[in-house]
Ligand binder design. Structure first.
Ligand code: ADP
Ligand code: MG
Length: 253
């Protein structure tokens, strides 16, 4: 079962919202680990993990095994390897050596058999933590905000993915591009969707995440959308996305 990186070097496109709620959606049927790789630690706090004792920082510096840093979330079957602010320091300590770039992959090897899915929430940069994410992932979900500049930066992301494929991770696959924050009241959202589908065809998830205030509110209560607002449009969408991800993963086998 795959390790899925949620990736886009642009901030504010819906990576963390997707990491949390896709992980929670998958956890309704499977055993899932969500790994927070952003020093802002929003995915950790969004899952109710505040001030964790051990973090991904301790794992990437080699001080503890991944297993020792994993905590249970409030949701059955959903586990978290949390981050904290000191992860920014780890990003600086990781150099461009082969060993540094493979730290995350190596660290996850031992816990991989314990989970059906591992979801990685990447930070908004193309730095060492993102490269570690690309090398540790089998497959990628790329959230794109449905706004005018949606495709800006995508070319350099695709270039980076190609480089990682040829040097380190030949099997790295793009599971899908996910349109987020779709606003059905604007013509622009629809135009961006049409344009992205024209360019990327079947690579684009059929599921589109709408702009939904409940999705923005849930993390401040440390809850996933399924606990915070189970009958919201946001919950229905991430439930559908989890189904679509499981289908795509099975097709790839
Ligand atoms: P990233 O991790 O890419 O920086 P986030 O998931 O943190 O992006 O989202 C950026 C901001 O937009 C956050 O405040 C989040 O709550 C909000 N947000 C994300 N997705 C949605 C959505 N579908 N509807 C409304 N607000 C959203
Ligand atoms: Mg984020």
């Amino acid at each position: 079962m795959p390790i899925i990186g949620i990736i886009n070097q642009k901030g504010g496109v819906g990576k963390t919202t997707t990491a949390i709620n896709l992980a929670a959606g998958l956890a309704q049927q499977r055993r899932v680990l969500m790994v927070d790789l952003d020093p802002q630690a929003n995915a950790s706090s969004g899952l109710g993990i505040i001030d964790p004792e051990k973090t991904i920082y301790d794992v990437l510096t080699g001080d503890v095994a991944a297993r020792q840093a994993i905590v249970k979330s409030d949701l059955e079957n959903l586990y978290v390897l949390p981050a904290s602010r000191d992860l920014a320091a780890a990003a600086l300590e990781l150099d461009a050596s082969e060993e540094s770039l493979n730290m995350l992959k190596k660290a996850l090897m031992a816990v991989r058999p314990l989970f059906d899915f591992i979801i990685l929430d990447a930070p908004p940069s193309l730095g060492a933590l993102t490269i570690n994410t690309l090398i540790a992932s089998d497959s990628l979900v790329i959230p794109l905000q449905t706004e005018y500049y949606a495709l800006e930066g995508l070319a350099s992301l695709v270039d980076t993915i190609k480089r990682i494929r040829s040097s380190y991770n030949p099997g790295l696959d793009i599971l899908g591009i996910l349109l987020t924050m779709f606003d059905s009241r604007t013509k622009l959202s629809q135009e961006v969707e049409d344009n992205v589908r024209k360019h990327f065809g079947k690579k684009v998830f059929w599921t589109v995440v709408p702009r939904n205030i409940r999705l923005a509110e849930a993390p401040s209560y440390g809850k996933t959308i399924f606990d915070y607002a189970p009958s919201s449009q946001g919950a229905a969408t991430y439930r559908r996305l989890a189904e679509e991800v499981m289908q795509r993963v099975n097709q790839d086998d």
